[in-house]
Design a protein around this ligand. Structure first.
Ligand code: KIV
Length: 271
């Protein structure tokens, strides 16, 4: 069932207002026009063209291989679909770590060529100069702390982050820096719920959680995961809101049978 969709587009100012009003923010990933249209029509607040496209769309084990041009290609379809949602494009690995100039140049390219509203990048104090330059250039920036998949080789896996006091303190410090620098929002991925709640209280911008408990200002999930399309992936934080892998396989099975026994196409389906 479709939720009532406001006529006006979501903005970073409205997201801040939602936090102030205690109204939760719902975000999902999208990578193509057709699914993004449905998600937007259902009333989602933000669409994220995540670099998880590297896994979900391209079949890689990591987010690292996807390029700026590939992200732009995918984001264009999502932007065409979005009538209401604010569209955020992930800056892929290597597009913002080399230098501040490089980061701003790539962010401008992504905004100009894809038409998205904002970019997201992973990291704290280490990438603060790049974030400041982007914000000075007028680019809305979303931060991402905790489990930052582009650093998987440094972390040695996708486990829970910031369990220990030192890492938790650094995360809180980083979140405050990103907030002060002017990030319009921050994603917190796979960290203890109590820490996420503390960060959410400590910063003025909306905090969006994934595997970070329910005290954040909003939630994000990978669309294919929550639709149950990706059968092999079921971490604790993920809820399957549908079981679409079964539906897809059953529909395809019926189609194959119809073709094999010549019941498809029928006379009514023929010219
Ligand atoms: O790439 C992605 O899908 C993300 C979300 C998991 C937040 O960054």
């Amino acid at each position: 069932m479709s939720v009532h969709v406001q006529n006006s587009r979501m903005t970073t100012a409205k997201l801040r207002q939602m936090k102030a009003n205690g109204e939760k923010i719902a975000m999902l990933t999208s990578y193509d026009f057709t699914l993004a249209s449905l998600v937007d029509e259902a009333g989602i607040d933000m669409l994220l063209v995540g670099d998880s496209a590297s896994n979900v769309v391209c079949g890689n084990n990591y987010t690292l291989p996807i390029t700026v041009d590939e992200m732009i290609f995918l984001t264009r379809g999502v932007v065409r679909a979005a009538q209401h949602a604010l569209v955020v494009c992930d800056m892929p690995f290597g597009s913002y770590q080399v230098s501040e100039e490089d980061a701003v140049r790539n962010a401008i390219k992504i905004l100009k060529e894809s038409g998205c509203d904002a970019v997201k990048l992973e990291g704290g104090e280490e990438i603060l100069p790049a974030i400041r330059h982007m914000i000075q250039a007028g680019i809305p920036v979303m931060g991402h702390l905790g489990l930052t998949p582009q650093s998987v080789n440094q972390f040695g896996g996708y486990g829970l982050r910031a369990k220990e006091e030192a890492e938790a303190e650094k995360l809180l410090h980083d979140a405050k820096l990103l907030d002060e620098a002017g990030c319009f929002s921050i994603v917190l991925e796979k960290i203890p719920a109590a820490l996420a709640a503390k960060v959410t209280q400590a910063v003025s911008c909306p905090v969006i959680g994934i595997g970070a408990g329910n005290q954040c200002d909003g939630q994000v999930l990978v669309l294919h995961d929550m639709l149950g399309l990706n059968q092999g992936f079921k971490p604790k934080f993920l809820r399957h809101f549908a079981h679409m892998a079964d539906e897809v396989k059953s529909a395809v099975g019926e189609y194959i049978s119809g073709v094999k026994d010549s019941s498809f196409p029928s006379a009514e389906e023929s010219y």
